[in-house]
Ligand binder design. Structure first.
Ligand code: MRU
Length: 352
């Protein structure tokens, strides 16, 4: 299942699906420079918190591999600049900064090594970040699938699937694992205004896998929850604060409020690399503000009077009280989140 390769290292370049063209065309983009990777992240050719992290890691590896710096010191300066360029692309998904820090830590550990070894090991580290992401998604899937009844109807928002990760997906990974275990799952996908990741990407990738999916516009969710059995909501996350507040695609908060009103469990599936223990609550999450034109002219089609003002926050924060559980690769974490997320992360450092 899920044969799509969102991102990979191919022939010395970073190859990724250009997601702005889906579902009309399945086209791959070969990035040959850090600037190209940064542009791809900024313009949503690759998007979704874990996929952005993997792209950034490969961006750093690319910087090292193509570098003609004659010394390790000069290569380090190039890497620091690459980190800055990549870090400036999108502010909300913490996986971006997590991956950049991990790559820089690796570079620092290798500072006295020969240049060729630094290049080789940085590429290996990026491969590990990519492979670990898929493994984490598989584990999240196993743990999360147990939460679904059979048959199950699942509502999701945005795209937290194979396309948003190195493969398999977080929220959609749970769906995939449930289907693989023999459960009958039907997904309801919010279209996810304004960039339509739900309509364009979630519906596309589930249809590729033959998983039943029904598209709805965002404003239909309340009606659907009232009149149709929805067993649970599962979404991904861009940053989870230490207290359990969850930043995810704009509109997620509204879905969580609706789920609570209708007594529907609201699950968040995310790798531990999405948890930011350095912020006390979601109030400290930087929320990306994108161009008004994404709202006034979606997909380039003007739908508002010329010159109309519009707001376009790309993410919102769902308060922890509305989150039934957070499905990570370590465990399904329940409230109280401050204590239990900390426990979950401590468990990893004990394992290492
Ligand atoms: O703006 P996007 O498309 O990058 O936003 C993506 C989301 O909000 C996803 O739900 C989130 O990154 C989790 S992806 C596993």
């Amino acid at each position: 299942m899920s044969a799509v390769k969102t991102i990979e290292w191919k022939d010395g370049k970073v190859r990724m699906i250009d997601q702005t063209l889906l579902p009309r065309e399945l086209t791959y983009l070969d990035c040959e420079s850090v600037e190209m990777v940064a542009e791809a992240i900024r313009s949503l050719r690759i998007r979704g918190a874990p996929a952005i992290g993997v792209a950034a890691a490969y961006g750093m590896a690319l910087c090292a591999v193509v570098s003609s710096s004659p010394t390790a010191g000069e290569l380090r300066d190039e890497l620091l600049l690459a980190k800055e360029i990549l870090a400036s692309t999108r502010p909300t998904a913490i996986n971006l900064f997590w991956a950049l820090d991990r790559m820089m830590r690796k570079a620092s550990a290798l500072q006295d090594a020969p240049l060729e070894q630094i290049k080789r090991e940085l590429l290996e580290e990026a491969h590990r970040i990519c492979d670990d992401d898929i493994a984490a998604n598989r584990r999240m899937g196993e743990l999360g699938a147990k939460l679904l009844p059979d048959p199950a109807t699942v509502l999701t928002h945005c795209n937290a699937g194979a396309l948003a990760t190195a493969g398999y997906g977080t929220a959609l990974g749970v769906v995939r694992a449930a289907v693989e275990s023999g459960k009958r799952v039907h997904v309801y996908a919010d279209e996810t205004r304004p960039v339509l990741q739900g309509a364009r990407l979630t519906v596309w990738e589930l249809m590729q896998d033959g998983i039943p999916v029904t598209l709805l516009t965002d404003n239909m969710a309340a009606h659907l929850m009232r009149h149709q059995r929805i067993d649970c909501v599962i979404v991904g996350a861009d940053r989870i604060a230490s207290n359990g507040d969850v930043a995810n695609k704009i509109g997620t908060y509204g879905v969580a409020v609706l789920a609570r009103h209708h007594g529907i469990p609201f699950y968040v599936a995310a790798p531990v690399s999405t948890i930011d223990m350095n912020i006390l609550s979601g109030d400290f999450t930087p929320i990306e503000q994108r161009a008004a034109s994404e709202v006034t002219a979606p997909m380039g089609l003007p739908i508002a009077p010329e010159g109309a003002e519009a707001i376009n926050p790309a993410f919102d924060v769902t308060p922890k009280e509305l989150v039934t559980a957070i499905i990570t690769e370590q465990a399904v974490v329940y409230p109280p989140y401050l204590q239990n997320l900390k426990g979950c992360l401590e468990q990893i450092s004990d394992e290492r």
